[in-house]
Design a protein around this ligand. Structure first.
Ligand SMILES: Cc1cc2nc3c(=O)[nH]c(=O)nc-3n(C[C@H](O)[C@H](O)[C@H](O)COP(=O)(O)O)c2cc1C
Length: 336
């Protein structure tokens, strides 16, 4: 029996397999953050392809926190209806559903003022953000909480807080981007404070599985390393986070040496260092590779991004390769 197709219990829910669709911005929403027909095709197709858990793309908790003005939104109750229809479309094929709650911080490219822990632009191609006041910080924490309430109403099984890739929370975590002198900057504990408060706020309204995506390495001299994230992950565990989705980079412009499974050691270090389940992501493209990671206990779930854009039926192909009897939707049985 392969591990990839063994069910996995994530807190109160059970995934039918360990294949997860990683969040991927599709930049296809309406300017007001509403879902469009594209999203229904895109997400339901991966569900038909037997992905166990589908995590919706980075979805803005406030309009000024979108990466672009084509991001999905969850800052208004008006977003709930479209999102709940998306959830229904995925559940019809047995997938569990998640959504990534996001604030882009200084990497927002929307019109108007943008916000970050410190007034430092990502690069000369980006706007310089306004340094957030404590009031701004509390407003964002409340926005994550309200977004979690809306996600619950829309029927999602899983929430993922976007704490990676140099977006707002990640900018607070890293000393390369957080130069604050107040209680939100400086020590590890202070840089973690906003994430601690976001997790507590979300947990106060959300009982279900809670994931946090992190960039466990900045690839920069003045940035964070894996050791920081082992500490942060221990704190996350004590706050009731169920799994850390372990990515790297994106915090400051940096050259990254990318190769198959390049972020797996980070997922492995956090899993064992913090004694918390992890998801591995990054150039995992084959069933054998996924199986190696799981059987060697290096991570608990396999997150796939680009390969699922190329092949929505990746899980069915992987099952064949591993000799597993995974059924496609009844309409497609003759194709397999
Ligand atoms: C088109 C595209 C959009 C992405 N959008 C997001 C996103 O919304 N949130 C996020 O955390 N990562 C995002 N990522 C990163 C992926 O989730 C994933 O971590 C990365 O692509 C590495 O995995 P892969 O080698 O399987 O593609 C995106 C990647 C791609 C290719």
């Amino acid at each position: 029996m392969s591990k990839l197709f063994e069910p996995y219990t994530l807190q109160s829910i059970t995934l039918k397999n360990r294949v997860v669709m990683a969040p991927m911005c599709m930049y296809s929403a309406q300017d007001d953050g509403m879902v469009t027909p594209f999203h229904f095709v895109h997400y339901a197709t991966r569900a038909a392809g037997q992905v166990g858990l589908i995590i919706l793309e980075a979805t803005g908790v406030v309009p000024e926190g979108r990466i672009s003005n084509k991001d999905l939104g969850i800052w208004d109750d008006a977003h709930i209806e479209g999102l709940s229809q998306l959830v229904e479309g995925m559940k019809a094929y047995g997938a569990k559903t998640g959504i990534q709650l996001a604030h882009a911080g200084r990497k927002a490219t929307v019109d108007g003022e943008i916000f970050a822990p410190s007034a430092i632009a990502f690069s000369s191609d980006y706007k310089t953000p306004t340094e957030m006041t404590e009031e701004d910080i509390h407003y964002v924490i409340e926005a994550f909480k309200q977004a979690a309430i809306r996600a619950a109403k829309a029927g999602f099984d899983v929430l993922e807080i976007h704490g990676a890739h140099g977006y707002l929370i990640s900018e607070f975590l890293s000393p390369a981007t957080n130069k604050r002198q107040d209680q939100y900057g400086g020590s590890q504990e202070n840089r973690y404070r906003i994430l601690r408060q976001v997790i507590d706020a979300v947990r106060s309204v959300w009982d279900g599985p809670l994931l946090v995506r992190v960039s466990a390495e900045d690839y920069a001299e003045d940035g964070t390393t894996m050791d920081d994230f082992i500490v942060f992950s221990r704190w996350m565990k004590s706050q009731g986070v169920d799994l850390v989705d372990v990515s790297t980079g994106g915090v400051v412009p940096a050259a990254i040496n990318v190769f198959p499974g390049y972020q797996v050691p980070h997922a492995e270090a956090i899993k064992h260092g913090a004694d918390l389940p992890t998801g591995a992501v990054g150039l995992i493209t084959t069933a054998i590779q996924a199986e190696e990671i799981l059987q060697n206990n290096r991570a608990d779930l396999i997150f796939l991004a680009r390969v699922l854009l190329r092949d929505p039926y990746w899980a069915l192909h992987a099952a064949k390769e591993l000799g597993e009897d995974v059924q496609p939707p009844v309409q497609y049985v003759r194709g397999w």
